[in-house]
Design a protein around this ligand. Structure first.
Ligand code: ZN
Length: 96
């Protein structure tokens, strides 16, 4: 996955995506703002987007263009919904 390689290069100490620092997130936002946001690019960050959503963090604020694309694109919306189901099932429920 190209984006993960890019993230590792941006911060060699961050081997796991859940170890992302704020600086990484800002770099990621900059990357996303300059990248053309077609389905291929959305698919690349969709797992991270979903992971942020599952953690009840504001993914739409971090990835506004991804959120926008998911709202408008059936393919990406289906993929996102499937990902969320998998992640929510894998995630131990913390609020009960
Ligand atoms: Zn799409």
């Amino acid at each position: 996955m190209k984006l993960k390689d890019w993230l590792k290069r941006a911060n060699p100490l961050a081997n796991k995506e859940d170890a992302l620092s704020n600086g990484d997130v800002h770099d990621l936002i900059r990357y996303l703002e300059t990248a053309e946001l077609d389905c291929e690019n959305v698919f690349r960050v969709l797992d991270q987007f979903a992971e942020i959503e599952v953690r009840k963090e504001d993914a739409a604020r971090i990835f506004p263009l991804v959120r926008e694309h998911i709202n408008e694109c059936h393919d990406c919306c289906d993929e996102y919904t499937a990902l969320m189901e998998v992640l929510e099932r894998a995630q131990p429920l913390t609020d009960n």
